[in-house]
Ligand binder design. Structure first.
Ligand code: F6P
Length: 527
């Protein structure tokens, strides 16, 4: 039986009908204990979901649905190493990467090699072809081989190691790598080629360009071994590229690209923040893993986030969700979560290959606060759509300065309150506005939001935060009964790009393409 046909889903549908007309104002008025009832604390984190459009019955029914969907059973299968990524025949074991002493020997061996490599770069014992120390590191990767370390290095900028700048290149557009190379010195630059498959067009194109740039200065192919390291599961391809085995840090097919920050893919981050801090990141994620595995369903933070997302998406009709970190350091978090959530759960067929009858992953977007307030918040307040928001706030500032942090927090709290409670026409009138202006000064409110408070932004709490969202994604996949760990939808475009490149280079004709594509090719070739 499909979950949508289950009594638990049907009960939620009926309940949603009843709750549809209840405003968050009424829900708060009816229950003075609402904040304590609908908030959770764990290991320094506070998750306030009292501004979600739920009541106690919603919570009870959602937990019943999680049981009916066997979320716990799927969790056990993942932990047991079953190939739950069934379309690729792979296990899903990213938790093993941050399991500390319990990590498998191969994981610990690679971590030990990464640590000693980091130390040698930081101490200056790793030298370039001319004997100079490394001053710049360039991570060349895309998607999961870029977004995680890039976002985390930005988030942890307060812990940046001195004397070593870490850069990220992802796009095959030469506008990404060219200006960077123009200001770097080949004698002091180290390239990290990060690619799980080592077949990704963007990454290999950039890596070849970087290699040519290096060789033009070094004049000797030997220089590659001093300036290139690879992070990959494909040791054959890294050797083919000319990177010696000693410079390759391996990971495994059971690490999904978007879950790979904790693997060798984290090397650029470890270089940016130092090994000790990288270990703290792993420890934070491990702490969240323990919570996810052992906390009862009603107190489980990732499951709670997942159930709220499902409720908003499938029962309140939200088709997007905003993530709004009130932290400039977390500015890249929305981009990171876009891959994590949408590449994982943006699926229209279930595990059995049958069409799903429910909406799945909402379109995720967002921006650091307060900046977003001055661009798109207008639409969240008065645009007439249901847009659930995740606010993220830090108790302590990572760069304490005057009254900046209180102003930031005041805005965060003000926005979630304004979105929840709005302003009625009557209240607008009471502010003294003219009758003609009342419709413009009315805010419907009732916009659902969750606020997550971190004690501070550091390696440990970032690890907790990212693992929280990883497990949310897992729970949603289990609830929707889809495979969160494949990404077949990205393949068709890659294939077509492979066929179009020779057409644009004038080496093949594009007769097989549609008239629009042929017309565009002609315009691009002949102007
Ligand atoms: O195109 C999507 C994708 O396959 C992502 O899933 C992955 O993170 C990214 O490309 C990069 O892949 P790789 O690490 O193999 O270069």
């Amino acid at each position: 039986m499909k979950l949508i046909e289950s009594p638990e889903w049907q009960a939620l549908s009926a309940h949603a009908e009843n709750l549809r007309d209840r405003h968050l104002r009424d829900l708060f008025a009816a229950d003075p204990e609402r904040f304590s009832r609908f908030s959770l604390r764990s290991d320094g984190l506070l998750l306030d979901f009292s501004k979600q459009r739920i009541d106690r019955e919603t919570q009870r029914l959602l937990l019943a649905l999680a049981e009916a969907a066997d979320v716990d059973g799927w969790k056990q299968r993942m932990l047991a190493g079953d190939p739950i990524n069934h379309t690729e025949g792979r296990a899903v074991r990213h938790m093993a990467l941050r399991a500390g002493e319990q990590a498998p020997p191969e994981v610990r061996a690679v971590l030990a090699r990464l640590k000693s490599f980091c130390d040698s770069v930081h101490r200056g014992t790793w030298r370039g072809f001319s004997g100079d120390r490394i001053t710049d590191v360039v991570n060349i990767g895309i998607g999961g081989s870029d977004l995680g370390p890039r976002m985390a290095a930005r988030a942890l900028v307060a812990q940046q190691q001195p004397d070593l700048a870490v850069h990220f290149v992802a796009n095959v557009d030469s506008a990404d790598i060219a200006p960077l190379l123009a200001r770097l010195n080949p004698r002091t630059t180290l390239f990290i080629v990060a690619s799980k498959t080592f077949t990704t067009l963007e990454t290999l194109t950039n890596a070849r360009t970087a290699r040519d740039w290096l060789l033009a200065a070094a004049g000797n192919a030997e220089a590659v071994s001093r300036h290139f390291v690879a992070l990959s599961t494909n040791l054959e391809k890294t050797a083919e590229f000319g990177i010696p085995a000693a410079n390759v840090f391996e990971f495994w097919d059971w690490v999904g690209g978007r879950f790979s920050l904790w693997s060798a893919i984290g090397l650029s981050l470890a270089l940016a923040i130092g090994w000790r801090q990288f270990e703290r990141l792993l420890a934070g994620a491990q702490a969240m893993d323990r919570h996810f595995v052992s906390a009862p369903a009603a107190e489980n933070l990732p499951l709670t986030l997942a159930l709220l997302c499902l409720w908003n998406t499938d029962f309140l009709g939200a088709d997007t969700a905003a993530v709004l970190p009130y932290s400039q350091s977390l500015a890249l978090l929305p981009a990171y979560l876009q891959q994590l959530e949408m590449e994982s759960n943006g699926k229209q067929v279930g595990r059995d290959g049958q069409s799903l009858d429910t909406a799945t992953c909402p379109i995720l977007w967002g921006e650091a606060g307060t900046n977003g307030q001055h661009s798109f918040y207008q639409l969240i307040h008065q645009g007439g759509r249901v847009i659930p928001c995740d606010f993220i706030a830090l108790h302590e500032a990572d760069f304490p300065l005057g009254n900046h942090h209180t102003a930031l927090l005041a805005n965060c709290l003000a926005q979630s309150a304004a979105l929840a409670f709005g302003q009625t026409a009557e209240e607008a009138r009471r502010t003294g506005v003219s009758e003609a202006m009342v419709p413009f000064k009315t805010f419907p409110g009732n916009q659902p939001s969750t606020t997550l408070v971190l004690p501070r932004l550091d390696s440990y709490t970032l690890g907790q935060l990212l693992a929280l969202y990883e497990h949310k994604v897992f729970c949603l996949g289990a609830l929707w009964n889809l495979n969160s760990f494949d990404q077949w939808g990205v393949e068709l475009g890659k294939q077509l790009a492979g066929q179009l490149a020779p057409v644009l280079e004038g080496k093949a004709d594009g007769a097989a393409f549609d008239s629009s594509t042929r017309g565009l090719v002609a315009a691009l070739l002949h102007r």
